[in-house]
Ligand binder design. Structure first.
Ligand SMILES: [Ca+2]
Ligand SMILES: [Ca+2]
Length: 493
């Protein structure tokens, strides 16, 4: 990829401390953005993150050409609040958008105090970008909202153009089977649908990606002067993929890759929940799903099939960028809105404050940062950091609204070793069943606190599976006191 002169100019300006005086880059010099948001994807299921069963060749190649963030965390392990948070660059408790609301207009409509606070889409729009959404970026019900073709909790100010998909989801052609006797997911059952090969062109993610590629082609040619998109206008293209969110729908060829008999469920220690507050036990198989071992393996295989199917759509987007010669001036950012439990702690799905639900995959491939290609960073990051990161790439770092609580990830892209990156903690919150539950992840610990007063402390240095709650262990008293202080500070901010 070519070096990007504005990036170099920007880094130079920053190093000279003269960022405030530099002129805005010309529109033609600003990069396009392709922002891909997967739904309910656990980092644990992605090849480049260490899963050697689930195949994600396209995410893997994106990571090989970009930077993989190994310690990236969502701010709320559920679709609605997480998406409102990363789009606004604000913690969920700042806007008060806590939960899985479908308010049209998102946080801006929900809280008057933030009516004028632009999302990252709105911010880039106001600064010369053509901002476009395809499918689920803010909250949409899956499968219900997709089956209804609704914009869900969209914020129309974020976009010049927005495209919803209207797709069959649970009504897809194919073999439908239920994986759980219970409806355990906001009215949607834990089901799988095996779509015959060759009959998947009406699937939500295939349609979304076809629409997105069509927008890229229009951008690459821009011959029509009456188009809103003028020659040289940079593009912010946000593409939402709804897999691997349930229903686990995929063509048969993806299910054939994963024989349920070969699936290995995560190790769960006996009496794991003995030291876990009730509030963090909500997604237990024993109570919520009641899958036997064979069905749980079938669920894992179906999830992997959905992940690989989603990954193929990512591949189509990357191929289109290459074909249209846009890769050299397009920053690609891939995330999931939050993580997912795949049998860890005998639990499934979200919401949960365990690591697999709060941690997210985050991969950024950016022109001008080829020196970091293929590297991973363990610097602590939050999804709210994306807002200022996009702005930084656009040369608009100084114009980011003061309210935005994230910070640009550019230093980590320049130096993934993280030597120059300090972050005290990544923060996640959940509010449900009238309780507020908060968690901070530091380099070493996960510390969670519930409004019942109950606490969890896990030492990731010795216990990455979060099996042993150390909150009553006197050996941890000093570190626990420090973490309580961090939490106190967050609670009162
Ligand atoms: Ca989600
Ligand atoms: Ca335990």
């Amino acid at each position: 990829m070519k070096q990007f002169s504005f990036v170099i100019a920007l880094l130079l300006a920053l190093s000279l401390g003269a960022a405030a005086e530099r002129p805005l880059p010309h529109a033609q010099d600003r990069p396009n953005f392709l922002f891909i948001v997967a739904d309910d994807l656990s980092a644990e299921a992605v090849g480049t993150y260490g899963n050697d069963v689930c195949r994600t060749p396209h995410l893997d190649r994106l990571a090989e050409a970009g930077v993989r963030f190994d310690a990236a965390y969502c701010q709320y392990p559920v679709c609605g609040a997480s998406r409102a948070s990363f789009m606004s660059g604000l913690y969920p408790e700042t806007t008060g958008f806590l939960g899985n609301n479908y308010i049209y207009g998102s946080y801006r409509a929900m809280n008057e105090a933030f009516a004028d606070h632009p999302s990252i889409g709105g911010f880039l729009r106001r600064n010369g970008y053509v901002s476009t959404r395809v499918s689920k970026i803010y909250h949409m019900g899956v499968p219900g909202g997709i089956e209804a073709g609704e914009p869900g909790g969209d914020d129309p100010d974020s976009w010049d153009r927005a495209f919803d998909v209207w797709a069959p989801e649970t009504g897809s052609v194919g073999a439908f089977s239920s994986l759980s006797p219970n409806v355990a997911h906001w009215g949607s059952s834990f089901v799988k649908v095996v779509v015959p090969d060759g009959e998947s062109s009406t699937q939500a993610d295939e349609m979304a990606v076809t629409q997105a590629i069509s927008i890229m082609e229009t951008r690459a040619r821009h011959r029509n002067k009456t188009n809103r998109m003028k020659p040289g206008d940079p593009l912010f293209l946000a593409v939402g993929l709804v897999r691997p969110h349930v229903p686990l729908v995929a063509p048969e060829r993806f299910f054939e890759m994963y024989d349920p008999k070969d699936m290995e469920l995560p190790f769960v220690p006996e009496n794991d929940f003995e030291d876990v507050p009730k509030a963090n036990q909500g997604k237990a198989n024993a109570t919520s799903y009641q899958m036997d071992e064979d069905t749980a393996k079938e669920a894992l295989a179906a999830y992997y099939a959905s992940v690989t199917y989603m990954d193929e759509q990512v591949g189509r987007l990357l191929d289109a960028l290459d074909r249209l010669e846009m890769s050299d001036n397009t920053v690609v950012v891939f995330i999931s809105d939050h993580g997912w439990l795949l049998g860890e702690h005998g639990s499934w799905q979200k919401p949960s404050l365990f690591e697999p639900a709060c941690r997210v995959p985050l991969i950024i491939r950016a022109p001008g940062f080829e020196g970091s290609a293929g590297k991973a960073t363990s610097g602590l990051t939050e999804l709210i950091d994306l807002y200022p990161t996009f702005a930084d790439f656009a040369g608009l770092g100084e114009a980011v609204p003061e309210r935005v609580q994230g910070r640009s990830l550019m230093p980590l892209l320049a130096d993934p070793s993280g030597v120059s990156w300090t972050a005290e903690a990544a923060y996640s919150v959940m509010a449900q069943r009238k309780t507020v539950q908060r968690s901070v992840r530091t380099e070493r610990y996960r510390y969670s606190r519930y409004d019942t007063g109950e606490e969890e402390l896990y030492d990731h240095e010795t216990d990455p599976g979060e099996y042993t709650n150390q909150v009553v262990n006197p050996e941890y008293a000093q570190d626990l006191a420090r973490l309580r202080e961090v939490m106190d500070r967050i609670e009162t901010e």
